[in-house]
Design a protein around this ligand. Structure first.
Ligand code: ZN
Length: 166
């Protein structure tokens, strides 16, 4: 799989903090949630925040959103739910076949332009100082994050990630 040449996902510090805390707190299961932000005129995703949602399956290898939780998030951030994230606590650093099916269904069949973020473990180090704005320590290596989008014409593509420092 090649990267979509010009597409980009940027992650704010606030989003990075929430994601690191969530995948660590729920390190025994697949943590999951939605990504809040905006899509610019050239179809790049700017993620401002992450909003954790329950994984009703409590599984280390599977997640699903509760439809009511998703609806609630949509009402909370109308028009700003632009993607979804989940963790792979076992360390599998790419989309599973289930993930790929879901991405295609939502991006192509349902025409919802979400970006998909997968964060792979292990998550054995507690994020520290993440509450201090100036002392944010990124515990996870950049390679823990991978982003995807399933385009109608070119299929599933990996999307470049940018880690903002504010
Ligand atoms: Zn997955």
């Amino acid at each position: 799989m090649h990267k979509q040449a010009d597409a980009l996902v940027s992650l704010s510090v606030a989003a990075q903090k929430t994601l690191q805390l969530d995948v660590y707190k729920r390190r025994r299961i697949e943590a999951c949630g939605v990504l809040i932000g905006s899509i610019d005129e050239t179809d790049n995703w700017q993620i401002e925040a992450a909003h954790p949602l329950r994984n009703p399956f409590d599984s280390p290898v599977y997640f699903e959103f509760d439809p009511e939780d998703l609806l609630h998030a949509d009402l909370l951030y109308p028009g700003h739910v632009i993607g979804a994230y989940h963790s792979h606590p076992t360390g599998f650093a790419r989309a599973s076949s289930t993930d790929r099916k879901n991405m295609k269904r939502i991006n192509v069949a349902q025409r919802i332009p979400w970006v998909w973020l997968i964060i792979s473990g292990p998550f054995d180090r507690a994020p520290t100082l993440v509450h201090e704005e100036h002392d944010f320590l990124s515990i996870l290596p950049v390679s823990s994050y991978i982003a995807y989008h399933h385009y109608a014409d070119t299929g599933l593509q990996q999307i470049a990630l940018r880690f903002d420092d504010e």
